[in-house]
Design a protein around this ligand. Sequence first.
Ligand code: CO8
Length: 260
Amino acid sequence: SNHRVIVDMDQSLGVATIKIKNPPVNSLSLELLTEFLIGWEKLENDKSCKGVILTSNYPKIFSAGLDILEMCGKNAAHYTEYWKAVQELWLKLYMSNMVVIAAINGSSPAGGCLLALTSDYRVMADNPKYTIGLNETLLGIVAPFWFKDNLVNTIGNRASEQALQLGLLFSPAEALKIGLVDQLVPEDKVQSTALSVMSQWLKIPDHARQLTKTMMRKPTADLLLKQREADIDNFVRFISRDGIQKSLHMYLKALKERKE
Ligand code: CO8
């Protein structure tokens, strides 16, 4: 049942588009992550696929990030399985040999921002209603070190320090200014711009580009690879705490009340 991730392969270009389709807000539930990983694996194994564009099936929301319900009121075995899937997706995307471009056509908080950060280039819709950032502290939780590392590698240490502590959600203009995204375009040009950027990246000799990407990113990925189990234990212990469960419940409640 592969229906939360739509994969469109353009054979002539060697470019796949992955559209996340997990209503209502593209949260990264365990089911979504599992389907995503299966779809991703297929593309990695397809020699004709050189690049992937990540986008959302729903204009307005790229991804609401990790599914808060997967981190609330469950047992340690569930948290363990969930966190393994989150780690796995990040490692696969961050270290992919393919060119990965995010076509960010809506808001992209927390895990949604992380997903975008794994790509090689980010194009975002220039709509001031959308926001992007690692806002974990606003939920009373702490972005794991590898979220932090991925952000530092992208926008630098000082900007990360501020963004992470304050849980900043940036408008597209602010995100462009600090380098969290690379380009802003009108909403209806996000996909076509991502495609034209992709064709530029695909002109570079593939082997040289891949080795360069690996050289840049491997030290960061290795930090997690060397301590995956400890990172899981840390997550499970942290998320199981009463105070953290309370914070998450309150955040969910506030999200719901915002509408009424
Ligand atoms: N998980 C689960 N449910 C969610 C999430 C989410 N991340 N986001 C929204 N929802 C739910 C809402 O509660 C609401 O539910 P209901 O219909 O039952 O009231 C429904 O989805 C629709 O949401 P909205 O009405 O808010 O939809 P909008 O279109 O108005 O807004 C947004 C969309 C902008 C995405 C908004 O929903 C939002 O800001 N969501 C919260 C995003 C967020 O803060 N995510 C953080 C998740 S934590 C994470 O990703 C990293 C965790 C790292 C863990 C480290 C621990 C050690």
